[in-house]
Design a protein around this ligand. Structure first.
Ligand code: G6P
Length: 372
């Protein structure tokens, strides 16, 4: 078993370290040297994809957060309205689905019953179904019209890590492919985004090479009773995923919020010493989101929060208000979740390990939930 863990103390730690390769393998062979997507493996009539007027992403758990990240990118690139729905809520709300709806299910295992039932329901309504899945030949891809596999390799630890990054990567490729088919105004961007996606594995590796700092913080916070996570835009689902990892592994209260929502309620939770992670958007991004999130850091800090910031290299503005800053390499705004998630995974792993918990098999959880 120790050989299977590649010399790491747990499968989860190994899988966190597998992430550069998980992203690389998922990108491999899916575009040509001219920067064109080549997703012929989908074997779905391109005309049908051109006619799509709505996308609904269906997933549970970590996979649903991958879907929430993908929504920002797909809507931006494809200009197709995209909803993300938890699979178990979907078919009970009389959703509006027809033959021009594209259902994108995301499932690591391909066996999650909630997601399978939601996909079946959507098919009955005439929707086209594409599965993003990590498990060859599993039920959800078999029952879908098409499949785009994530090539993360087998994920053993119950809490998902490398599958999440691979899911975002695959969903982005699908989004870029749809944009390419539809020939919209983001055509010019596709080549650049692909080039930036190809640089992601090396950037993840750089974060992993510097993991000591975040591990130390995780160990030092082993007694924390509650940790909050704030993020905005694509950083919002990253914040929720960071909180989920901590709930799953360390059994402590953790919650992710949209930073803009802070003033509408969550700020009431802030008291002296409350740890708050803030995923800060790039200062190079549009719409002054960076300045707004920096002012959120100030707001919670003024109320006694212990602020831990994930920011882009070179972002000096955050330093004044952060107790700890973890820098991630520069990348386009939409790709940042492929980097900013990694320190949050390492933090949860280190904290849970310091408490002596089994990070591969957290209590009460199953890797794949095959009942509704
Ligand atoms: C379970 C696992 C989670 C996972 C979720 C969805 O709850 O414990 O880690 O995110 O199922 O699984 P799927 O295989 O559909 O991605």
């Amino acid at each position: 078993e120790s050989a299977e863990k590649g010399g790491f103390p747990s499968f989860m730690e190994k899988e966190i370290h597998d992430q550069p390769d998980a992203v690389l393998q998922t990108l491999l062979g899916r575009s040509d040297i001219n920067g064109k997507l080549t997703l012929d493996e989908l074997r779905i009539d391109p005309q049908l994809l051109k006619n799509v007027d709505k996308i609904i992403v269906l997933a549970c758990g970590t996979s649903a957060y991958a879907g929430q990240v993908a929504k920002y990118a797909i809507e931006h690139w494809c200009r197709i309205a995209t909803e993300v729905e938890l699979s178990h809520e979907f078919r009970y709300r009389d959703p509006i689905v027809d033959e021009n709806t594209l259902i994108v299910s995301i499932s690591q295992s391909g066996e999650t019953m909630d997601t399978l039932m939601a996909v079946r329901y959507a098919k009955e309504q005439g929707a086209k179904t594409v599965s993003i899945c990590n498990t060859n030949g599993s039920t959800i891809p078999r029952e879908s019209d098409a499949v785009l596999y994530t090539h993360a390799g087998p994920e053993i630890a119950v809490a998902s890590t490398k599958a999440f990054l691979a899911q975002i990567t695959a969903a982005y490729l699908l989004g870029l492919y749809l944009a390419q088919l539809r020939g919209n105004k983001f055509q010019g961007e596709i080549k650049d985004i692909l080039a930036d996606l190809n640089k992601i594995p090396a950037k993840i590796q750089r974060i992993l090479d510097n993991e000591a700092q975040i591990k130390e913080l995780g160990v030092s916070m082993a007694d924390a009773k509650s940790v909050l996570f704030l993020g905005r835009h694509v950083g919002f689902p990253v914040a929720m995923e960071g909180a989920l990892k901590l709930k799953e592994l360390a059994y402590i209260h953790a919650e992710g919020f949209a930073a803009g929502e802070l003033k509408h309620g969550p700020i009431a939770l802030i008291e002296e010493g409350q740890p708050v992670f803030v995923v800060v958007p790039s200062p190079r991004g549009r719409d002054s989101l960076h300045a707004k999130v920096v002012s959120n850091i100030q707001e919670v800090r003024a109320r006694g929060a212990k602020t831990i910031v994930i920011a882009e290299e070179g972002d000096e503005a955050v330093k004044a208000y952060a107790e700890h800053v973890f820098y991630i390499p520069e990348t386009p705004v939409l790709l940042a979740p492929l980097l900013s998630t990694v320190p949050l995974q390492i933090f949860a792993l280190a904290l849970a390990s310091a408490k002596g918990y089994d990070v591969d098999q957290p209590r009460n959880l199953a890797k794949s939930v095959t009942v509704e």
